[in-house]
Design a protein around this ligand. Sequence first.
Ligand SMILES: Cc1ncc(COP(=O)(O)O)c(C=O)c1O
Length: 404
Amino acid sequence: MPAGCQYGEMTTHADPRRRGFGPSLRGQVEPFYVMKVWAAAAARAERGEPVYNLAAGQPSTPAPKPVLAAAHAALDEHILGYTEALGIMPLRRAIAGHYRDRYGLTVDAANVVVTTGSSGGFVLAFLAAFEPGARVGLVRPGYPAYRNTLAALGCMVVDIPCGPETRFQPTIPMIEGLGLDGLIVASPANPTGTMLSGPELAGIATWCAGREVRLVSDEIYHGITYVTEGATTGRPESAWSTDRSGIVVNSFSKYFSMTGWRIGWMLVPDDLVDTVDALAGNVAICPPAPAQYAAIAAFDAYAECDGHVHRYADNRRMLIDGLHGLGFTRLAPADGAFYIYADVSHLTDDSERLCWDLLQTAGVATAPGRDFDPVLGHKYLRMSFAGSSQTLDGALTALQRYLG
Ligand SMILES: Cc1ncc(COP(=O)(O)O)c(C=O)c1O
């Protein structure tokens, strides 16, 4: 620091790094376009006009009953002050128990980190694992927050374009030679719902471990999978079944139907635990305490959550059949999650415009492909089937009228 310069005065007009008084360059990330569609759909509903919302990437059900009961008890019994940065031990132990019961894996609670949704987990994972300028491979199409968060943190996103030939998932030949420091995979994925088979994920995890490429495995749609034609998958495996040098990201949002509770978790390798602990304490002090106490009870609610998955399976069939009947034949094979990623290039080369027209003319809200794929997204729309069968039925009828 120059003599006489106070801490905090480092970035003055004399500092060549300073660009002037305004938003940072690193902060100029793409918004979620689907949020604009949501806002417009809500305004329509407010005016009393019909809305069939296939844009929402969330269950239409509340948190499981045991979670609601535990939340009420937590309000009565706990002060609900700050907790340990990595989360309360009873929850970390319960999550470790989930791996024992559902995956047959022994996980030490010391490696379980509770996060503010998986979204909060990504920030911690990327900060802990990657330097600015690190080359991190991302499947395109993929969940937009990976790309945008990495970009804001100064990492270099390395595109891995994936299409129907590989079920929109990466293969080892695709990632070889990219000079990666990190790789993010999601299985089941958003927006396609497609999965890596157990051996495919194991192969990628082994490949990454052998080359010191830090794997981040997004497993937040585990539990929401279907028996699909042509799929080589069964029950999803965790990347930690193969190798524990990568980071597993998971969440209570989707399978446990708890999006707004903002609670998720990570499995963090030994060498990153202290770094994540220090970062977590600084970034948010701790994940939300009420949600932490409540989430312990989520693991008593498998039957209720599996009931939701049976409903998604019926909805999935209904949407696929309905879309086929309307001439949408190029649909990503949704092995899991609750989305259909539909190629709409037979109708338009501007799916964002189609998305708005569908909402304004037919009341059907969808997510434009641009959110997930900056290059080819203009050919695609994502439709969620997490809602009620009445919503899907209404949407299909409205689509038929629109196309007719
Ligand atoms: C693939 C994927 N990862 C992560 C998230 C973030 O979820 P949350 O922060 O609610 O855990 C989402 C949300 O839609 C998602 O689709």
